[in-house]
Ligand binder design. Structure first.
Ligand SMILES: Nc1nc2c(ncn2[C@@H]2O[C@H](COP(=O)(O)OP(=O)(O)OP(=O)(O)O)[C@@H](O)[C@H]2O)c(=O)[nH]1
Length: 233
């Protein structure tokens, strides 16, 4: 059977419980949002296997797979036509943020090409914990894995506890990109995933050509569809 994509990226979303990791994936993959909170935790014994097929943009099949490997919960596939020169299929791995699952082993990160660190702009603790997640990546993920910092729920400006400048500073210190996103209003969700995809793609191209520099923000801006101002959803 012919392959339905040109590039396959394995991405991992990490962050405290309730910051919106699942909602970001659902927004990106299905362009949908549900305010009902169902925490992403696998039963220790593993829930019964099930799968759900979704048609996305009439091009890609999305599969939601639950259960199986410990705390791996969901694998969502999505084609990304038009944003990158080639059609790109993302494999997203969403993780549970529960305290009891914080001890993440190398197996958890194995094969991830990009890691998205998510905090909630209305929850200071989730931002403070980004440092712990960074440490966890350093200890467990492959060196040089692309990382991206997201401050989610930016539609909730009135409840903001984490200033954009704080996160910008943290991202600069770690040499990674930062976006404020809203899975609810969809603000910056496509942009964030796409920029990570482009960075992975560029890195793999650069590795082949021996150049390791990152793309400039202006390069990325040429592909941005929406502005980066966050409004109430
Ligand atoms: N206002 C607002 N609410 C959001 C947003 N993203 C997620 N939420 C809400 O936050 C709650 C938690 O979202 P989830 O996506 O389940 O969070 P999670 O990080 O996957 O949580 P765990 O599975 O426990 O790790 C839900 O009630 C969502 O509706 C957002 O961008 N804006």
């Amino acid at each position: 059977m012919a392959k339905a994509y040109d590039h396959l990226f394995k991405l991992l979303l990490i962050g405290d419980s309730g910051v919106g990791k699942t909602c970001l994936i659902i927004r990106f993959a299905e362009d949908n949002f549900n305010s009902t909170y169902i925490s992403t935790i696998g039963e220790p014994t593993g829930p019964p296997e099930h799968s759900l097929n979704l048609t996305i943009n009439h091009v890609a099949k999305a599969e939601l797979l639950a259960g199986g490997v410990g705390q791996w919960e969901e694998c969502l596939w999505r084609a990304l036509p038009s944003i990158l020169p080639h059609e790109i299929l993302h494999l997203l791995r969403d993780t549970a943020g529960q305290e009891r699952f914080k001890t993440i082993t190398t197996a958890y990160y194995r094969g991830a090409m990009g890691i998205i660190l998510v905090y909630d702009i209305t929850d200071e603790k989730s931002f403070e914990n980004i440092q712990n997640w960074m440490k966890s990546i350093k200890e467990n993920a492959s060196a040089g894995v692309e990382r991206l910092l997201l401050g989610n729920k930016c539609d909730m400006e009135a409840k903001r506890k984490v200033q954009k400048e704080q996160a910008n500073k943290l991202a600069r210190e770690h040499g990674i990109r930062f976006f404020e996103t809203s899975a609810k209003s969809s603000m910056n969700v496509d942009e964030a995933f796409s920029s990570l995809a482009r960075d992975i793609l560029l890195k793999s191209g650069n590795r082949r050509s021996g150049n390791s520099s990152k793309p400039s923000t202006t390069d990325l801006k040429t592909c941005d569809k929406k502005n980066t101002k966050c409004s109430l959803g």
